[in-house]
Structures are given as C-alpha cells and as structure tokens.
Design a protein around this ligand. Structure first.
Ligand code: DGL
Length: 271
C-alpha cells in the first residue's frame, strides 16, 4: 500500500515529512534524482525524460499513486505525462493545485467559473523553469480573477541546498526577495513554489517581513493526499515498505536528508 513521492533531489523530503506525519501508517517510497538536480535550469523535454524515468522506478516498487513533489516537474512534464504516458490503473498528481486551492479558498472539486478572491497581489518564488512555464498563473486563472502575480525565478537556490551550502542558499533567498519586492513592494501573499524552499522558509519569512501571508506546500499537499486517498483507497499500491531511493551518492544524500529532517534517513541506490 505504498505511495510514491518523486523529486529532483532533496526538496520533496519536505512533502514526504508532512505526509508521514499526516498518514503515519502509509508506507512511502521516495525517489530523489539527485544526480540530475537541479531540474529548474533544464529544458521541458529533458525534465519530461528524467521525470518519467523516476516515476517508472516508483511504479516498479509497487506504487499505484505517485506525487510529483517537484513544482518544476509538475509545471514542465505532468500534463504531457497524464495525456500520453501514465499507464492505466496508475495515477500521477502534482503539487500546484492544493496550493492554489488554499490561496483562492476554494474547496476540492469546486469547478465553478473563476471569481474575484480576497488576495490580489501574489509574489511567486520558483525555479526558472517553473516561472517560464507560467503553469501557476494558468492554474490560478481557472479559479480566480483579478490576481496580480509577480514571479521571481530563484536561480541558484536549489543548487546551494543540494550542495548543503545553506549560507549561500540564505544569501540567494534574501537577494531574490529583495529583487521581487522592488517590483511589488507589498505583496499580500507569497508562494514558495518549489519544494526545496520550505528548507529555507524562515529566511523567506524574515526577508518578506510581517504582513505577507506565506504559503508553503508540504502540509497543504499532505492534507490533499489524505483527502484523495479517503476517496480512492484503491490507489494504495502493493508496496509495503518505506524506502528512499536516489540516483546520487546514497551516503552523502542520506547525510543531508538526515540533517534536514532531523531524523536518520537511509537512502539506497536507485537502479
Ligand atoms: N523541488 C523542485 C521544485 O519543486 C526543485 C527543482 C529543481 O531541481 O530545480 O521545483
């Protein structure tokens, strides 16, 4: 009954951690494509090829449902995967929708036409590939009108986190926030649109200052997944063990993951 969680690297662990707290009895199989991270500077074709390979590895582990805990893959590859690649009986879900539902205060499955919502100015922080896909704005336009989105491609932040250089990650976050706030000085809300960013969420909050509502994905995705599984219990696959797979060096990835999650995580090599 395992659920698969995919990311280009360490960021999806922020989602895994929230899911493990929300659904403690559900085995989770994690796939981090650390050898190929970051995805955020790659082409859409490249992201599609790498993502389908990783998701296939999760299907092979007995997962029928895979969460793309990666905004870049959700933005650049998910629709193409859902339209022509996902095999019958399997399901792949992204991480944008729960976030946008929370921002627009819409309930799951509310398909009424887009309408004005409380929040009108939104700062979006994401990888260059996510920002240039405009997937966030597209999903938002299905639900809300009159929302001004200012997006900041946060080059370098994922690389710094993957290298474990948190001083560099901190400095880059501050400079990206400063740069966005020169264009939009008082956003009502800020979206952390990359699953690596909750690892530096405090830095974002500090740099944004008080009065900006920060939307971060892990808890929102965990809640949406719990809701989805309650309605689709058949999507709990046959896998019965929690395992962590990486295309990178298992020892170094395990050490960084342990440091981030503050509990021992042992990765094994993905074949
Ligand atoms: N965690 C991925 C995301 O949510 C990072 C992508 C990357 O590897 O650049 O977008």
């Amino acid at each position: 009954m395992a659920v698969g969680i995919f990311d280009s690297g360490l960021g999806g662990l922020t989602v895994l951690d929230a899911v493990a707290r929300r659904l403690p009895d559900t085995p989770l199989v994690y796939f981090g494509d650390n050898a190929n991270a970051p995805y955020g500077v790659r082409t859409a074709d490249d992201i599609y090829d790498l993502t389908t390979r990783g998701v296939q590895a999760l299907f092979d582990q007995g997962c029928d449902l895979v969460i793309l805990a990666c905004n870049t893959a959700s933005a650049a590859a998910l629709r193409r995967m859902q339209e022509g690649w996902v095999p019958p009986g399997k399901r792949v879900l992204g991480v944008f929708v729960p976030l946008i539902e929370a921002l627009t205060e819409r309930k799951w499955g509310d398909n009424s036409p887009p309408r004005p919502v409380a929040v009108q100015t939104v700062a979006l922080f994401a990888t260059p590939a996510t920002v240039s896909s405009r997937a966030f704005q597209r999903e938002l336009a299905f639900r809300a009108i009159g929302v001004d989105v200012e997006a900041q491609p946060c080059a370098g932040v994922v690389d710094a986190i993957e290298m474990g250089d948190m001083i560099l990650a901190d400095a880059l976050v501050r400079s990206h926030v400063e740069s966005l706030m020169r264009r939009m000085p008082k956003p009502q809300a800020a979206i952390l649109g990359c699953t690596h960013y909750p690892l530096v969420e405090e830095v974002f909050r500090e740099a944004l200052g008080e009065g900006v509502a920060v939307y971060s994905q892990p808890d929102l995705v965990a809640e949406a997944l719990a809701d989805y599984l309650a309605r689709h219990p058949d999507k709990l696959g046959t896998g019965d063990q929690s395992i962590f797979l990486t295309t990178g060096d298992p020892k170094s990835v395990s050490n960084k993951a342990t440091q981030f999650l503050r509990r021992r995580i042992e990765f094994q090599a993905a074949n």
